[in-house]
Each structure stands twice: as C-alpha cells, then as structure tokens.
Design a protein around this ligand. Structure first.
Ligand code: C2E
Ligand code: MG
Ligand code: MG
Ligand code: MG
Length: 292
C-alpha cells in the first residue's frame, strides 16, 4: 500500500503504527472492565467422531461483546491480554464458567459430555492452578473427567520438570490433555515421550484445502502415524468441507472440529442440540442393544 507513495512512506507507516499502538492501549483498558461488565461469553464447538459424526465433547471458546465495537475475536484480544497479564483473570473466569456450566447441565439431568479449555502460559504456570481446579470441581460437583485442557507447544515448553509434574497431577485427577495447534510450534518432538498427553490437535493450517494439496496430505499422514505409534488420538481442526473430512478420515484421523459440522454455539444452543437427557440416552442405548 505505502510502497508507491515515495516520500510519504515513513509518515504513513508511523501514523499507522501509532494508531495501532493506541488501539491496543484502548482495548487493554477496555479488557480491564470487560469481566466486571460481563462482556465475555463462552461458545461451545462440538468435537465429532469422524467415522459416524457422533458428538463426543466440546471446546469452550471465549467471545468478547464489546459495548461499542461488537464482537472482538479472541485471536485478536487473547494476545493483547497475554501482553498485559489480564489473560489469567480471563482464563480463571473461563475455568469457573465451564465448570459451573457442567454442574448446571448435570443438575438438569443432561447426559453431559467433556468440555475442553484453552490454557494460556501464565495460567498454566500458576502454582495454585491445580488447587483452584480441584476447588471448583468440588464446589460445582463436577467429575474431573469432564474437563479437558488444551495447551500449545509453547505453553508445554516452559520449565520441563514443572510441565511434567503438573501434567501428571492433572492426569492423576482424571483431566485429559491435548496439544493444540500441533505442527506449528517447536520442532523437537521428544517431549511426546515425557508428557502424559492423550491427544494431538492437527492445526487448521494443514487441514484447509488438504484435498487439493499433496504436501499437506504428507504432513497430516506423518502426524497421524506418529500419534498412532505414541497411542495418542488425533483431532483435525477447522474442517470446512466434506472433501476435507473424507480425506482426513482416509488418513485415519479420529475426531474433527470445524464449520462443516458446526460453528461454536452459545451454551444453550449447544445443550439443546447435542446433550440429550440421561433418560433419552438410556432408552436409545436400550434400542441399540436390542438391535433396533
Ligand atoms: P484454538 O484453540 O486453536 O481454537 C480453534 C479456533 O478455530 C477457534 O477460533 C474456532 O472458532 C476456529 N474454528 C473452528 N472451526 C473452524 C473452521 O472450520 N474454519 C475456521 N476458519 N475456523 C474454525 P476462535 O474462537 O476465534 O479462537 C482463536 C484462538 O483464541 C483459539 O485457537 C485459542 O488459541 C484462543 N482462545 C479462545 N478461547 C480462549 C480461552 O478461553 N482462553 C485462552 N487462553 N485462549 C483462548
Ligand atoms: Mg483450542
Ligand atoms: Mg487449535
Ligand atoms: Mg489453531
């Protein structure tokens, strides 16, 4: 854009940079109020078994309804909140909201499915994190195996022995752990030996248009065979078409998420569509076992 503008170039860029810095400053300030003003909401995106489209669990994704600007994407404000340190407050709110939601669905007699949360680095590094998690599970009477944690390689690659002991403690509680955005982070994979994780989430970068791209097919094939050697399940992120889904299924991927099956949904809508009551589940199972 500024390339052809010659002499004005420098001024153009610095003005743009300044606006950008001001914009970030303003948003960080607004973030401070967002929690108090209840401007955050959690959406739930189904994780689906690829062979039969059965909804197995969900991922909680935070949404910010800014009073003036409308919806602001977490892809934009989460990095700002990480810079400013406000991310811990947000992730604590997400943790409590998810566990309270699970408790409320259980109390409504629904056949509840596990929900995954995204963990930022400072949240994961909180020494009191496991205690907080246990406290919330007890407070809302939610079994630990209904909670899954998604961490990126960047989060996992902090202090090695801290990561190993924290993940072991989580695993002992019954919480399962997935590596998010797999394939986009660190190149060393030796941590797969040491970290008690259960799932690799294949980043959307490798999934988008995979049906037209033999290099992506090669990478995803390698990831899936690695996962199967390590006895990990795989989830493909961001499937948008039937063709992408068919290819991932052919390559042996276990689960998927993506707009092709469903966008992230408000809690009520997710429950209405994908959480049957325990009575409904029982009678369905009875019919299935009778071969109906
Ligand atoms: P992520 O954990 O990798 O989440 C997947 C993102 O892909 C979500 O974006 C989801 O809405 C989007 N997505 C799912 N299916 C499709 C698809 O078929 N096509 C496309 N184009 N996108 C799809 P979202 O909700 O904007 O979140 C972006 C990132 O922000 C997340 O990436 C995660 O890293 C972070 N994030 C979201 N919620 C939280 C949170 O509560 N805490 C923390 N620390 N980070 C969060
Ligand atoms: Mg995630
Ligand atoms: Mg991801
Ligand atoms: Mg991603």
């Amino acid at each position: 854009r500024a390339k052809a503008s010659g002499r004005g170039t420098y001024a153009f860029f610095s003005a743009e940079m300044q606006t950008d810095a001001m914009e970030k400053f303003t948003l960080k300030h607004a973030l401070a109020q967002a929690l108090e003003q209840h401007e955050f909401e959690l959406y739930y995106q189904p994780k689906v078994r690829i062979v039969d489209n059965a909804v197995m669990s969900a991922e909680a994704l935070v949404r910010w309804h800014h009073p003036q600007r409308g919806k602001i994407s977490p892809g934009y404000f989460i990095p700002l909140a990480e810079e400013s340190g406000q991310i811990v407050q947000i992730d604590l709110w997400v943790l409590e909201t998810v566990i309270a939601q699970l408790g409320s669905w259980l109390a409504q007699g629904l056949d509840v499915k596990p929900v995954a949360l995204n963990m930022s680095l400072p949240m994961f590094q909180r020494p009191q994190f496991i205690e907080e998690l246990k406290y919330l599970l007890e407070r809302y009477s939610v079994p630990a195996n209904l909670v899954e944690l998604e961490i990126t390689e960047r989060v996992a690659m902090g202090d090695f022995s801290y990561t190993v002991s924290t993940l072991r403690a989580l695993r002992a509680l019954g919480v399962t752990i997935a590596i998010d955005d797999f394939g986009t982070g660190y190149s060393s994979m030796s941590y797969l030996f040491d970290f008690p994780i259960s799932t690799l989430k294949i980043d959307r970068a490798f999934v988008t248009n995979i049906d037209h791209d033999s290099k992506k097919q090669g990478i995803v094939n390698a990831i899936i065979s690695l996962a199967s050697t390590m006895e990990l399940t795989t989830v493909a992120e961001g499937i948008e078409s039937e063709q992408e889904k068919q290819l991932l299924m052919l390559l042996g991927c276990d689960y998927y998420q993506g707009f092709h099956f469903s966008k992230p949904l408000p809690a009520t809508e997710f429950a209405e569509r994908y959480l049957p009551t325990r009575a409904e589940s029982k009678s369905n199972n009875a019919l299935i076992s009778k071969g109906v």
